[in-house]
Design a protein around this ligand. Structure first.
Ligand SMILES: [Zn+2]
Ligand SMILES: [Zn+2]
Length: 281
């Protein structure tokens, strides 16, 4: 069984209205791409901040600019299309109760929890770049993984998205002086205690950093702690569905991990990610 759960039906950025992308034709393009990539279980997880209801959680300028769609119309569309229903929800410190209310009011199959922002600035957004000015890389990495630990511990989410997103720019931004494992440790401990699944995301292969999320050392620490993994592409276009899965499966194999998380109505089970006998994957 191969999954692709962390998936967007449209690109980020301007002029990407819901009515153009939340269509049966667009879903068909994703389905065809999934079939070609050997992905059996397909779900959608639109960014929560693209919905008006997200403004109950946070009123950051970026969210105010983005929050134009209706979350319930989205849920109805995805269900009607026969795809698993997810959402990519930022962890907003201090908004845990409101986040829980928003998520529990809908019948998601899974919720992907993300950390993009630390305070009012983001690790992956050039418009609100944490690296503008004189950010100390060790401080940025420490604060990022601290936020990731809090995201896991909040208990709000099923899958922890792109767990070391802070590296997204690769050498395009300063790197910490300390061994990153120093920052991974407390986060992995929080993840293990929380029971959340860690996403292996091939999106990093498409970004300046050019490697999977998470880094091998982070993933090895998770595997050692017995943390379950989930597999996704974070596709924003049909052709990105199942992108780089051969690399991801080889990576899981090197970690000695044979099973991935499958979700339904926020219940997790583990299934073999291996090629079925006679399969042509
Ligand atoms: Zn994300
Ligand atoms: Zn995403």
């Amino acid at each position: 069984m191969l999954t692709d759960y962390h998936l967007h039906l449209r690109p980020d950025g301007e002029d990407t209205p819901a009515e153009r992308y939340f269509t049966a034709e667009n879903v068909d393009r994703y389905r065809e791409a999934a079939a070609a990539a050997g992905v059996d279980d397909l779900g959608v997880s639109e960014h929560v901040y693209r919905f008006r209801q997200a403004l109950d959680l946070w009123r950051h300028p970026f969210w105010l600019e983005q929050a134009s769609d209706d979350l319930d119309a989205y849920c109805e569309f995805v269900r009607g299309a026969g795809l698993k229903l997810g959402v990519e929800c930022d962890y907003v410190p201090g908004a845990e109760g409101r986040t829980a209310a928003l998520l529990e009011a809908r019948e998601f199959d899974y919720v992907v929890g993300s950390v993009h922002f630390i305070g009012d600035v983001a690790v992956d957004h050039e418009g609100f770049d944490i690296w503008d000015g004189s950010a100390d890389p060790d401080e940025v990495w420490r604060r990022y993984f601290e936020a990731l630990a809090e995201c896991a511990r909040s208990g709000l989410f099923d899958i922890l998205a792109h767990p070391d997103l802070v590296k997204v720019w690769g050498r395009g931004r300063p790197l910490p002086e300390r061994d990153p494992r120093h920052y991974y440790g407390p986060a992995v401990e929080a993840i293990a205690e929380s029971g959340i699944a860690v996403e292996i995301s091939t999106a990093g292969l498409r970004k300046p950093v050019g490697e999977l999320y998470p880094a091998p050392a982070f993933a090895a620490m998770c595997a050692e702690a017995g943390i379950p993994f989930a597999l996704s592409s974070d596709a924003h276009l049909p052709e990105q569905v199942g992108f780089g899965y051969e690399r991801a499966l080889a990576f899981l194999g090197e970690l000695g991990v044979e099973e991935i998380s499958v979700f339904e109505r926020r219940r997790r089970r583990l299934e073999s990610a291996a090629t079925p006998v006679g399969g042509d994957r």
